[in-house]
Design a protein around this ligand. Structure first.
Ligand code: DGJ
Length: 729
């Protein structure tokens, strides 16, 4: 049973967790518990005591133990005596900034409903949900807290809908998707994922400060390379495989903020949602605002356990079911092969090589449109530069298909170059502040996606290409951070809506295109992994993980990404050596093993390879195809701890029936007279005997998991070992 309502106590149960809230005698909705599953009423945990300087609601002044400043709350607001992090900041038309939400009603929901205008965890008609309605009587603001339970995956999905049911205009200055108070047994640490272009999603584990707050977030317009909208809270002793942890992932691709802090008594509050710095939303009488969904999960099986919950929900309920078991094409991308320098002949040569090596698709990256010879021009002019190409896109695609390959194309729809016909005819379609020169990034401006006419222009331009040219795949890029977030189409009192309306515009465009071209595979990208989030994954089942294609750097990037996102969503290619980002040379075998733990493809000019390298690539592709089921749907385990200074990185996949496992180890530092690299395998059946295909060794699951496995010391530059353990019975 997923949801129970009894005497003001609301219990949401998943397979292994319980989430509980309770209304009190004042009508305040208290958070009670989120943790390991029990069937008890846990509200005995919420004790009250008088704490000085924690004020009391007017009607409770004779009970000084009742204070919104000390009670654990479910959706805390600003202005009314709770000095911790607010989830909601609302300002009424009369200037008042005090909001007090009290319980009105609750009802169970049957069937998952997608949040209006936003991507949502999919679910189906049997998904159970709960709606709790709170209200501020003075403002006439009605707040719908929406919860859905995904029992099997140990996931709770939360969002909030705010409705102006009063007479005054209300301005939302902050409207978080999730807020949670851990009154007792609070987690003491948090892990967030910071980064930069070419090094995304690095986990950093920090102590949660008392009396302060740690903020992670982005005001760059996108979820960003710099701070992923995913945070984990955990106990001090939580490791990869043991201990409690709580995950909070926003299903959102725009500006976001995650705040964590402990109050005067050490109780932790976590709040996450759209970043308030670039957000002010006007709600006229009758208007509604819907927050993005937040995906919550609890695990007492350590960080690996939490990751597997997220991998499952993303594979099962975020990416479109069509792609779940589909075989994503092994592609050759033209970017690092030839950058902006190509024509029909060179592309057909690439296609010929790709086919000969056993690949499925050629992707034509940046530079095929407008007058684009470099990154200074052309964005917005989505018509083929036939002069440069030497033929039309349709002809190129036909010739590529004639070779037995699919064809993919790069676009960057949300951008505009000043040197473009689009800008010359619609300068006001770019985001820019009146009277100011806009900030430029990679020589380009950002198109105002909040405008319906820009969305329509792009829909028509892209449809025109997709109607005329046979294209199976689109790479959808976004190559700068936003600035000057001002829309020339919105009135001055709605400028604070531009950033969010931009994201809604992008989602709407993606939705319309996918409705019209349901078989189109879109790979998300933002200068690599600058928009790697569950919001984009709803539309784009794979996302280019990083512009850094160096396999050794990718060990960190893909490992960090794996805390929240399944490997099958991570765009990963084998690229040329010396690597274009680092100058490093890594063996082809190692590059293959690392890229295989992602979507797998190539990004190089195969004509420059030796015959031996080509043979190796053919073998790599064969083994990728063979292992694809376990790579795509297997359980994934990191075999080392965050920040461990091991000389190698190891990770493995286990098939859902636990009959086979694929174990990978890459040496990043080889030493003379070295110790035996040692790992403990995970997720196997302890009672089965497994045989390693490569060495013929036989061992039980128990031996491999409890005793572990030692390798002989590795030799050479960046060596890699892949072992396929298969059940004997
Ligand atoms: C950034 C992407 O991440 C690259 O792979 C490539 O597509 C370039 N943009 C093209 O401009």
């Amino acid at each position: 049973m997923g949801i129970r309502i009894r005497d003001g106590l609301f219990s949401l149960e998943t397979k292994n967790s319980l989430y509980q809230m309770k209304t009190d005698e004042e009508g305040l909705l208290n958070h009670v518990y989120y943790g390991r599953k029990t069937t008890d009423d846990m509200s005995y945990l919420n004790r009250r005591i008088d704490r000085a300087f924690s004020g009391n609601p007017y009607d409770r002044q004779d009970d000084r133990s009742y204070s919104t400043d000390t009670l654990p709350q479910e959706y805390p607001t600003g202005g009314a005596g709770d000095y911790r992090i607010p989830a909601l900041l609302a300002e009424a038309g009369n200037g008042s900034r005090t909001c007090e939400l009290r319980f009105e009603s609750a009802r169970k929901l049957q069937g998952k409903v997608k949040p209006a205008g936003l991507p949502g965890v999919r679910g189906n008609e049997s998904t159970e949900g709960l709606e709790i309605i709170l209200r501020d009587k003075v403002y006439g603001l009605t707040v719908h807290l929406i919860y859905y339970v995904f029992e099997e995956q140990d996931i709770i999905v939360r969002s909030v809908r705010l409705e102006n049911t009063g007479a005054m205009t209300i301005c939302l200055r902050k409207a978080a998707s999730v807020s949670i108070d851990f009154a007792c047994g609070s987690p003491r640490e948090l892990i967030h994922f910071h980064g930069r272009h070419n090094m995304e999603r690095n986990p950093e584990r920090l102590s949660i400060p008392k009396g302060g707050c740690i903020s992670a977030g982005s005001t760059r317009g996108t979820s960003s390379h710099h701070s992923n909208p995913y945070v984990i809270l955990c106990n001090r002793n939580t490791t990869e495989n043991e201990g409690e942890c709580w995950g909070f992932m926003l299903m959102y691709s725009g500006n976001h903020l995650e705040e964590t802090g402990a109050d005067q008594m050490g109780s932790v509050r976590f709040v996450a949602g759209i970043h308030p710095e670039t957000f002010r939303w006007k709600l006229e009488k009758g208007d509604e605002f819907q927050t993005p969904e937040a995906i919550l999960s609890y695990s007492d099986g350590g960080l690996n356990g939490l990751s597997r919950n997220y991998h499952r929900i993303i594979r099962d309920e975020v990416i479109h079911p069509k792609w779940k078991n589909a075989e994503a094409p092994v592609l050759l991308n033209s970017w690092e092969a030839s950058y902006f320098n190509f024509d029909k002949e060179s592309l057909l040569n690439l296609a010929g090589e790709a086919k000969e090596l056993g690949m499925d698709m050629l992707v034509l990256d940046d530079g095929w449109f407008g007058k684009r010879e470099d990154d200074t021009t052309g964005l917005g002019d989505w018509t083929c530069n036939e002069k440069k190409l030497g033929c039309s896109l349709a002809e190129l695609s036909e010739k590529i298909h004639a070779k037995g390959l699919k064809f993919g194309l790069w676009v960057e729809p949300e951008m505009i170059s000043e040197d473009s016909d689009l800008y010359r005819s619609h300068p006001d379609w770019a985001l820019s502040d009146p009277g100011r020169k806009p900030v430029v990034g990679r020589n380009q401006l950002v198109l105002d996606m909040s405008r319906q006419e820009t969305q329509d222009y792009l829909y028509n331009a892209l449809s025109d290409i997709l109607d005329k040219v046979k294209i199976e795949y689109i790479k959808w890029d976004f190559n700068r951070s936003m600035a000057n977030i001002y829309s020339h189409a919105l009135p001055e009192d709605r400028q604070g809506e531009t950033a969010h309306r931009f994201i809604l515009g992008t989602y709407s465009l993606l939705e319309r295109l996918l409705e019209r071209y349901p078989d189109l595979l879109i790979e998300g990208c933002s200068g690599g992994g600058g928009r790697f989030d569950a919001g984009m994954l709803y539309y784009t089942p794979q996302i280019w993980c990083s512009d850094d294609t160096d396999a050794i750097e990718r060990l960190e990037i893909q490992r960090g990404t794996s805390y929240g996102y399944p490997p099958c969503t991570m765009g990963a290619h084998v690229s040329a050596c010396p690597n274009h980002q680092t100058g490093r040379t890594v063996p082809m075998k190692t590059r293959g093993i690392v890229a295989m733990s992602g979507t797998f493809g190539y990004e190089m000019n195969p004509a420059l390879l030796t015959e031996n390298e080509k043979t190796e690539i053919r073998e790599q592709i064969k083994s990728f195809r063979r292992f694809r089921p376990i790579l795509a749907n297997g359980d994934y385990y990191r075999l080392d701890e965050i920040g461990e200074t091991a000389d190698f990185t190891a990770w493995m996949f286990v098939s859902p029936d636990r009959r086979e496992a694929l174990v990978n180890l890459v040496g990043s530092h080889v030493r003379a007279n070295a110790a035996f690299p040692y790992i403990r395998l995970k997720g196997l059946d302890p009672d089965r005997m497994y045989r390693a295909e490569e060495t013929g060794e036989i061992a039980s699951g128990a031996a491999l998991m409890y005793g572990g496995y030692t390798y002989f010391p590795l030799n050479g530059d960046y060596p890699a070992v892949q072992m396929h353990w298969v059940s004997e019975k």
